[in-house]
Write a protein that binds this ligand. Sequence first.
Ligand SMILES: [Zn+2]
Length: 271
Amino acid sequence: MASHVVPRRWKSGMIEVGAKVFAYVQASGIDPTGDTGVANSGLIVGPSAAVAVDALMVPSMTRRLVTAIKKTTRKPIAQLINTHHHLDHTGGNRFFRRTTIVSTNKCREALAPGFPPVPLLQRFMPKFAAEFPKLQVVLPTVTFEDRMVLYDGEREIQLWHPGFAAHTVGDATAYLPKERILFAGDIAFLYVALVRREAKQRFDAGMPADAAAGDIKLGVYASWSDPERILPNVMRCYQEFRDELDQPMDLPRMLAGMERLRGAASAHACV
Ligand SMILES: [Zn+2]
């Protein structure tokens, strides 16, 4: 069977994916200490201003992102799009001071109560523990329900919410129709199709989510780092099967289960 080749390591930087459209990729790679929270960002440079997509998580990440943006363009960042409320996409909002922050109304509602408690974050992502106490929530200032279009000259940026809960209650994608480029946030993980199919079989068989997460074989995706992230995906699938997608995730249960899976994985580690 052909296997996916996962690069062992890659650097942070802007990658031009279309004319003046950039993906900002954060350095990472196969890392036994995990890379949860290491998200990517986007930059769309128009004739009069630029638009950023997602603000990353902790201050050190967003400072590097802002430096990379300034090296790429001298245009002001007119808008920042939050694709969803998760900390690794909104934690850096406060570094975009003279910028209009745009999200779905449901994303704003989900972010309004604040980020998860610092001790929980430190347990979940110990690599960034020192920076979590510095986080401050900055809410989007412009929201939309299902659709919104941003224009800058000839360029059109179509914002779209699927109309139901997917990765979160308030996901948005940003699509550039002329360039055919999609910023999908976190709703386009290919491996979710496999996880959903396998989770459904186990759900129908009455297996609890935690047990299903440990039981599913990830096949070509087994070499991805942090394989315990399968649990939040399985829990989300179970919510969908129970028609409870509007309910919040049980974070303490999820974290405890992920720790158990991580322990089981490292006992069989072959790296
Ligand atoms: Zn997310």
